[in-house]
Design a protein around this ligand. Structure first.
Ligand SMILES: [Zn+2]
Length: 82
């Protein structure tokens, strides 16, 4: 009887491990992407140093057609001093 219980426990743990593995692979194949990933965002070019920046995280100057994006406060100040 004890052997049967041990066998059932073993089956239970193996099944659980297999399920976790399958679940992990399925999750990987579903292709969930980080929505914050900058690779999917159109980049803006810093007119001072030429660095490409993510507009949502970059410093800005001006508005409308005169809107510029900067990688740092230093570049923004250099642009405003021109
Ligand atoms: Zn810059």
């Amino acid at each position: 009887m004890v052997r049967v219980i041990i066998f059932l426990l073993l089956v239970y743990f193996v099944a659980r491990a297999v399920w976790r593995l399958v679940y992990g692979i399925a999750e990987g194949l579903s292709g969930r992407r980080d929505p914050q990933s900058p690779s999917a965002v159109a980049l803006a070019r810093d007119p001072v140093c030429g660095t490409y920046v993510v507009p949502s995280r970059a410093l800005t100057s001006g508005s409308g057609n005169d809107l510029h994006f900067f990688c740092s406060e230093r570049c923004r100040q250099a642009w405003s001093k021109r």
